[in-house]
Design a protein around this ligand. Structure first.
Ligand code: 5AD
Length: 446
């Protein structure tokens, strides 16, 4: 009997990459190629890369170097570079890595089967760029082992923030028609997902192609779909959040009271140099509107420290904003110059030690705030969607509606992945909660 062929995918970066990996896995599985957890077992290795910061990009070539070694004595092993570094490097990646078989950009994910076939026929393929027509088969997505169904509603980005490489790697903005989105969500709910996550680099900038509907209309339609317990969307662009959208967040209980709203900086001067198109006060005003609409709302954010020209007083304003908003989570990054973006040409480069020190101060401040907020949740009950097994035997892990990680003992009957249970918070840490499952059946032998 011949051994089935196997693939291995390594995924870095954002939710879009995660979904792209699910799409690539699905296409390979449709051809009878099976996943493996052991890279040495693989006949196809895909590295789904991220280039949002320089470090991730640098790691790509060292990882490809490691994979190359596996080709020794295994002549038909294929190695593909996918994701944002693929788009950025294109042909260059084939030149730099002689054993690399193909390069597949994010807008070409739907062509994987074809690219693999062309490679098997002898061609080293570079499939990058942003074709007008793209392949997307909702049945060719491997969602096995997932607790939520992710659905792309808008691809690419037109914002051109001066620090960001995404418009170059994911291309110009393209919204998917509402009918396609609703069809895919329906498909996922029928399959049994209770949580749906709508994806887009600027998810709230979605518009019906050639029509009038905007993201508020889409949210309303999706939230009304029977069987949908938890609706999330990522990432919202602050300037694109309209009062109608705020109203929808307030209206539908199944829209998760959790929002990722990147602020990037608390200083107007820095925001202007970043090209963000909003001021600190406009951001704070939006936060106020959202919290009035939804009193239980948890917010998370992204912050860049050490952006060119960021003076100590600019950074102090960022700390002040963090104190004022009291985010549930802050993802903070040291500024990293990216090729083809405008910011590296700005004056006022910040020395690495200063940026590092600011990052540490920000983390320390946020950790204290997070612990305080989480301690305030002790004694409260939450509906938890189960995301996996805990590290301790007999425990599971899930997410509260406000997206906090919570660990709990399963009791005699564990909850299935993606299922829900009610958990009472008993202990709080800065980064997680521990609780007791409430409706677990009584222990059989107690
Ligand atoms: N340097 C550092 N952080 C960056 N981000 C995007 N581009 C850069 C960069 N050049 C951060 C932003 C964004 C998050 C996904 O990554 O905070 O919101």
């Amino acid at each position: 009997m011949t051994r089935p062929r196997r693939f291995y995918i390594e995924t870095w970066g954002c939710q879009m990459n995660e979904l792209d990996s699910q799409r690539m896995a699905g296409q390979l599985m449709q051809q009878g190629i099976l996943p493996t957890r052991e890279v040495e077992e693989a006949d196809i290795i895909l590295l789904n890369s991220c280039s949002v910061r320089e470090k991730a990009e640098q790691k790509v070539y060292s990882r490809l170097g490691e994979y190359r070694l596996l080709k020794r004595g295994k002549g038909d092993l294929l190695i593909g570079l996918c994701g944002c570094v693929a788009q950025q490097e294109g042909e260059r990646a084939l030149e730099r890595v002689p054993d690399l078989d193909f390069v597949l950009g994010p807008a070409r994910v739907g062509e994987l089967q074809d690219v693999v076939a062309r490679r098997r026929a002898g061609e080293r393929v570079v499939a990058t760029g942003f074709p007008e027509s793209r392949q997307y088969d909702i049945d060719a997505v491997s969602r096995h082992g997932e607790h939520k169904g992710m659905v792309t509603i808008i691809e690419g980005c037109n914002k051109n923030c001066t620090f960001c490489i995404v418009p170059k790697t994911r291309g110009p903005e393209r919204s998917r028609p509402m009918a396609d989105i609703l069809g895919e969500v329906r498909h996922l709910l029928d399959y049994g997902f209770q949580e749906i996550e709508l994806l887009g680099q600027t998810v709230n900038h979605w518009r019906e192609p050639g029509g009038d509907w905007d993201f508020a209309d889409l949210l309303d339609r999706v939230a009304r779909m029977p069987g949908l317990r938890r609706l999330r969307f990522i990432t919202s662009y602050p300037r694109d959040f309209t009062p109608r959208m705020v109203e929808q967040v307030g209206r539908h209980a199944n829209i998760a009271p959790y929002l990722h709203l990147p602020v990037q900086s608390g200083s107007d001067r820095v925001l202007r140099r970043m090209g963000r198109g909003y001021t600190r006060n406009e951001y704070l005003d939006l936060v106020g509107q959202l919290r009035r609409a939804r009193t239980d709302l948890a917010l998370s954010t992204d912050i860049i420290v050490g952006f060119p020209g960021e003076a100590e007083e600019d950074f102090a304003q960022t700390l002040e904003l963090v104190r004022e908003v009291r985010f549930a989570v802050v993802y903070a990054f040291k500024y990293s110059p990216r090729p083809g973006t405008a910011a590296p040409r700005l004056d006022g480069a910040i020395p690495a030690e200063i940026a590092d020190e600011r990052l540490q101060r920000l983390f320390a401040l946020q950790e204290g705030i997070q612990r305080e907020i989480n301690v305030g949740l002790v004694g409260k009950d939450f509906e938890v969607i189960v995301t996996g097994w805990g590290k301790q035997p007999g425990t599971q892990t899930g997410r509260t509606p406000c997206h906090r990680v919570i660990h709990f003992e399963t009791g005699p009957e564990p909850v299935s992945l993606g299922g829900t249970t009610t958990v009472r918070v008993e202990t709080a840490f800065a980064y997680s909660l521990v609780g007791r499952r409430l409706e677990a059946p009584a222990l059989a032998h107690s």
